[in-house]
Design a protein around this ligand. Structure first.
Ligand code: UFG
Length: 331
């Protein structure tokens, strides 16, 4: 392609979907991934360069070989709960290695970056839907790593002419309707794949973390945004920056919430198999409601999510999990 793009974490769930969208939009994704969280089979739209962001010489040579016009930076640890127990691993991997990436970008003359941030930067929101100017007060080291990288990017942009887009994902869900890219986290902690697997008897009953929240049905409400819509937002952000647009920070959510109970019911309806559940204590750090105000992404990027119906997310996730037979078989 005329437009090679380096994609760190391109073997992961969101990164691999973004590679597919990039290829369809005429870019040439080059995946740089350690394969610690990602899987090689998800890299289908360009070369895979296996490596860690800590390997400076290796990374420099990849920049030198492919001459990317920009970097999409997905690589990072994602489990907020785990980050509480292993904060240094998260600060090293998510913050220190993003700084290492910025160093290599600078040395290689690449100054456009699209960064995977998170709604976790908001912590327990004061009100919903959440606009981007809501104060940042993360409640986990994971959330802090995302907030710190955003600050680093803002400072580097002011000082050195880096231009960046920080995309604050709400709850990534679904899968490409082609069924070729399933969510594949090990261990899986995300609600929708866990509920689907419980419905198929591939897991024990789903633990519902708290039924006494101040929400209509007592369970937590989240803004589930389809992974293909996230992928499209990356392409739009990349195009915006390549065309000379200003740096930006935007929420990526649909602007509507679904409760854990809604998800359980939807999985039951889509699969025809009721999800066995049990009530469990609240999970520390879970806000009752997280819903995006997505208007800035629409205004600045023209991004509008295509998949706003939860049953489509679930149906796509089921179809993709079927392509990994082990995911849905008991045991
Ligand atoms: N939940 C359960 N049982 C489970 C798993 C989850 O009840 O077995 C509940 C959680 O308590 C939460 C909801 O389902 O209320 C969604 O939980 P997920 O773990 O799927 O997602 P989170 O909202 O915790 O976190 C996700 C990403 C984070 C990101 C955050 C931002 O994993 O990286 O969204 O919104 F920071």
């Amino acid at each position: 392609s005329q437009y090679p793009v380096l994609v760190t974490g391109g073997a992961g769930f969101v990164g691999s979907h973004a590679c597919k969208a990039l290829a369809r939009a005429g870019y040439g994704p080059v995946v740089y991934d350690s394969l610690v969280g990602g899987v090689a089979e998800a890299v289908q739209w360009g070369p895979l360069e296996k490596g860690c962001l800590s390997e400076r010489d290796r990374l420099l040579s990849v920049f030198d070989r492919y001459r990317p016009v920009a970097v999409l930076h997905f690589a990072g640890f994602i489990e907020a709960g785990e980050s509480v127990h292993a904060p240094r691993r998260f600060y090293r991997n998510n913050v220190a290695l993003t700084l290492a990436l910025l160093d290599v970008m600078r040395a290689s003359g690449v100054d456009i970056l699209v960064f995977s941030s998170s709604a976790a930067v908001y912590g327990m929101p004061d009100a919903v839907p959440i606009p981007e100017n809501h104060p940042l007060h993360p409640v986990s080291p994971y959330g802090w790593t995302k907030a710190m990288v955003e600050q680093m990017l803002a400072d580097a942009a002011a000082a050195e002419g880096l231009r960046y887009a920080a995309l604050r994902y709400f709850n990534a869900s679904g899968a490409h309707p082609d069924g070729d890219l399933a969510e594949n986290h090990a261990p899986e902690t995300h609600l929708i794949p866990l509920a689907i697997q419980a419905a198929f008897g591939a897991r024990p009953p789903l633990s519902v973390f708290g039924t006494d929240y101040d929400t209509p049905d007592g369970t937590c409400i989240r803004d589930y945004v389809h992974v293909c819509d996230l992928a499209d937002a990356h392409v739009l952000a990349l195009r915006h920056l390549l065309e000379g647009g200003d740096s930006l920070v935007v929420n990526l959510g649909v602007g509507r919430g679904a409760s854990v109970r809604d998800v359980v019911d939807t999985v039951g309806a889509v699969t025809g198999r009721p999800v066995p559940t049990m009530v469990a204590p609240r999970r520390p750090g879970d806000p009752a409601v997280l819903v995006a105000d997505p208007r800035r992404a629409e205004g600045l990027l023209g991004w509008r999510p295509r998949y706003t119906v939860l049953s489509d997310h679930v149906a796509h996730a089921v179809a993709a999990l079927r392509s990994r037979p082990a995911a849905l078989s008991p045991g």
